[in-house]
Design a binder for this molecule. Structure first.
Ligand code: HAM
Length: 419
């Protein structure tokens, strides 16, 4: 029987896995600079967490969740996003008791049953961050600045930061009802999804990707006119802090975000190079969410970067992983036994060592060393073994030296100190 991966879910193979790891290492560095620490939560949560956290009206809860009934008759769901699980952990472990402020990041697989296409998968990965415990606009600006610096540090170019404010519980309802009234007038021209959203979540019509819906939006009431004084002041302060940090952004009143928990600041980073799935990253403020999930009234703000989309952007710029530094070519049984001991000493001294498991000819072993791009080759045949030596060859200069078996590690130590 022929087995294949589940549709929309992919294996990550070398050398791409090394490129991912390099990006994660760079991201960890940036998170450390801003005082964020890592959190890891389970892949599976109780379904109610997402239904309550993301909202019935969201596309994710409505049609994209991988939900199953466990043997204990409990409804469980593969995590479709990272914010609700992190909030759940924050509340469950009462992290707010020691300090309401918590700054957490994660690298996690997410699962959404969407129609797969380039840049859209059913298992994908996010680099995410959540900052709890402050409603200050400075926090929004800092999270966005961190995000921009992270993308810069891994080499993203030409991405566009788009910013909006979705208002708050005080001012959004009036806007929603004005928008609903407007949309009711053009309802027949809207796509099926938007005809439903018109009732459940009219703001979502604003960022529908369907061109015919976009065409109908001319003349729709603008969101900026609806902001209350607090929302306006907050948004001005976010923009001011971003400008001070030298972070470029564009205001886009059509950004609505697909999850119901957002209030005030909402943002996306898009790239033309990504084609139809142009959103590289999304995020915003979610001040009511911690309380909605059973915790205290603690505000939060965060983002999620789509890792696959990020790697699509970096496909040409990421360096290949380093080749092995040493290839050991041993010939014959006794030399192979001696070589194995040396190999382990070299690895213990942090050299990356490859060798041939099959005792093939010298010629084929040298070919393999070449193909792997090894920097040095250690040759050990029966002649060398009889003299208790190895031959060390520098593969780029072709220079060779004889080195006593007992001092091979010492020899490589000197090579390292000279390069
Ligand atoms: P989101 O906008 O749903 O936000 O997802 C964030 C990013 O994940 C997207 O911009 C996109 O790059 C990537 N993404 C989403 N769906 C897929 C997919 N099917 N295939 C590939 N990539 C995908 C959130 O998930 C929020 N939790 C972000 C957040 C954190 N807001 C506050 N804190």
């Amino acid at each position: 029987m022929h087995h294949t991966a589940v549709k929309g879910m992919h294996d990550l193979l070398p050398p791409d896995s090394a490129r991912w790891a390099a990006v994660e290492t760079a991201a960890r560095r940036v998170f450390a600079r801003y005082g964020f620490a890592e959190i890891r939560t389970p892949v599976v949560e109780k379904s109610a967490l997402f239904v309550r956290g993301l909202g019935d009206a969201s596309d994710i809860v409505g049609k994209e969740m991988y939900t199953f009934v466990d043997k204990g008759d409990e409804s469980l769901t593969l995590r479709p996003e990272g914010t609700a699980p992190v909030v759940r952990a924050y509340v469950e472990h009462a992290l707010y008791q020691t300090d309401p402020q918590a700054k957490l990041f994660y690298f996690s697989p997410m699962f959404r049953r969407e129609r797969p296409q380039k840049g859209r998968y059913r298992q994908f990965h996010q680099i995410g961050a959540e900052l709890f415990g402050t409603a200050s606009p400075q926090a929004d600006a800092e999270v966005i600045t961190l995000l921009v610096r992270l993308l810069e540090s891994v080499g993203v170019q030409g991405a566009q930061l788009e910013l909006n404010s979705l208002g708050c519980a005080a001012c959004r309802p009036a806007y929603q009802s004005a928008l609903r009234t407007f949309l009711a007038g053009v309802a027949e021209a809207l796509c099926g999804d938007c005809q439903r959203r018109l009732h459940t979540n009219p703001l979502r019509v604003l960022d529908c990707k369907n061109p015919s819906c976009q065409e109908r939006l001319g003349g729709a009431p603008g969101i900026a006119a609806s902001w209350c004084a607090e929302c306006r002041t907050h948004f001005d302060a976010v923009q001011d802090a971003l400008a001070l940090a030298g972070v470029a952004f564009r205001l886009n009143p059509r950004i609505a975000r697909g999850l119901d928990y957002y209030v005030r600041t909402a943002f996306e980073i898009t790239s033309d190079q990504l084609g139809a799935q142009s959103a590289l990253c999304g995020g915003g403020r979610y001040d009511g969410l911690v309380r909605a999930l059973g915790g205290p009234d603690v505000p939060g703000v965060g983002f999620g970067i789509g890792m696959e989309r990020l790697m699509l952007l970096l496909a040409d710029t990421q360096p290949a992983p380093l080749p092995p530094s040493v290839f050991v070519a041993a010939l014959g049984e006794a030399p192979r036994r001696a070589a194995w001991a040396v190999i382990e000493q070299l690895r213990a001294a942090d050299w990356c060592v490859e060798w041939d498991y099959e005792d093939r000819s010298l010629k084929s072993q040298m070919k393999r060393a070449d193909r792997l791009g090894a920097v040095h080759v250690v040759l050990l045949g029966s002649d060398e073994l009889a003299r208790a030596e190895v031959t060390v060859r520098n593969m780029s200069t072709k220079a060779q030296v004889a080195v006593p078996l007992a001092t091979v590690v010492e020899h490589f130590h000197q090579i390292r100190n000279h390069t």
